[in-house]
Structures are given as C-alpha cells and as structure tokens.
Write a protein of this length. Structure first.
Length: 124
C-alpha cells in the first residue's frame, strides 16, 4: 500500500510523460483538476518529476475552482477547497506550498460562513 508522506507536504509533483499534476497535502497526492485551478492556487508552474508518486497514497482531488482567500481587514489566508476553508498559518507555508497570495479580499461574512477544515500543515 502507498505511504502517507507528510514530509513532502507542499510539493507539486508529476510523473514524466503524464499530464496530471498533484499537490502533496496531508501526506497524500491530490490531483489538481485543470490549469485554471492550478493558476488560482500557485505562483508558477514549478513541480518535480523526480519522485515515484505511485508510492504516495492518493487523497481526494483538489476541487475544480479551488481558491486562496483572505477576508477584508484580516491577515488570515485560507485555501477554499471542497466546500471547506483551511487556514494557511504562516508565510513560510505559503512559500512551501508555492501558494499565490490573494489579490482580492472577500467579505468576512462569506469566509466566516464556510465550514472550517484542518489547517494546512508543514512537512513533518
């Protein structure tokens, strides 16, 4: 059975010759569904191809249209994915995940209405 690889959290990976790109999150590979979702989340198209991703457990795919959001007047950044918000607790994790900083701030009431999931985790 493939392993949970929390030590790889934040990496974007791809098998050579395969167009599918994955984010390692919560130790599992999560398929990024399309280029527009990739662009919503990440600063650039960097990823690694030097891992055997078949050895990493598969998690739920990133939802189509997932975004990073920040409430007006608030510093917290959230990954909005699959109907949940997940806090990205530090600038270091934003960098580790290569997340794009949100440019538009949205209504705080909207963010507060989204159910909260587990925060984004550092590699461990």
């Amino acid at each position: 059975m493939p392993d949970v690889r929390n030590d790889l959290n934040g990496l974007r990976v791809q098998l050579p010759g395969n167009p599918a790109i994955y984010l390692i999150d919560e130790g599992c590979k999560r398929h990024i569904p399309n280029p527009s979702t990739f662009d919503n989340l990440f600063r650039d198209w960097s990823f690694t191809q030097d891992l055997d991703i078949d050895e990493i457990q598969t998690g739920s795919p990133i939802s189509d249209g997932a975004i990073l959001a920040q409430g007006k007047g608030r510093a917290e950044v959230y990954l909005i994915d699959g109907g949940m918000k997940r806090h990205v607790p530090s600038p270091q994790l934003m960098d580790r995940y290569n997340f794009r900083w949100p440019t538009d701030r949205i209504d705080v009431a909207l963010i507060d209405a989204i159910p909260t999931g587990r925060p984004i985790e550092a590699p461990h």
